[in-house]
Design a protein around this ligand. Structure first.
Ligand SMILES: [Zn+2]
Ligand SMILES: [Zn+2]
Ligand SMILES: [Zn+2]
Ligand SMILES: [Zn+2]
Length: 132
């Protein structure tokens, strides 16, 4: 380790010491404000919601545009901070209006369910109804 490490934080991006009083802490490291940027659009992420995608920080608008998974039920992108249920390659908002039986609309959060591709069912009876 270099002399001086203990006094000034070191930037996780450029590996230089940070002399400015303004810097951001994220992912267990310190960063120059302009070195913790969205990997897609380069916006400064300090104070913003961001998502780590493949070890690269991405701002929320870019995440929603390029990375967000789509809810199999309502077809809208699932916000990074939203609760979601994933099953195989399919995802749902963990909301009663999305994660529900395709046959009888019963909410399946915390319930036993069966999934047939992107369809959810609460019982064999509903599964038969969906597949019919
Ligand atoms: Zn830096
Ligand atoms: Zn961005
Ligand atoms: Zn949804
Ligand atoms: Zn059902």
């Amino acid at each position: 380790r270099h002399y001086g490490d203990s006094e000034k934080p070191r930037c996780g991006g450029c590996d230089e010491l940070i002399f400015s009083n303004e810097y951001t802490q994220a992912e267990g490291q310190n960063w120059h404000l302009k070195h913790f940027c969205c990997f897609e659009c380069d916006c400064i992420l300090a104070g913003e919601t961001y998502v780590m995608e493949n070890d690269k920080p991405v701002c929320k608008p870019c995440y929603m545009k390029n990375y967000a998974v789509k809810c199999s039920s309502c077809q809208n992108a699932v916000e990074p901070e939203a609760q979601r249920v994933s099953y195989g390659d399919y995802h749902w908002h963990a909301e009663p209006q999305c994660f529900k039986c395709s046959g009888c609309s019963k909410c399946l959060i915390g319930q036993r369910f069966m999934a047939v591709k992107n369809f959810l069912c609460c019982s064999v009876e509903c599964k038969k109804k969906i597949m019919a």
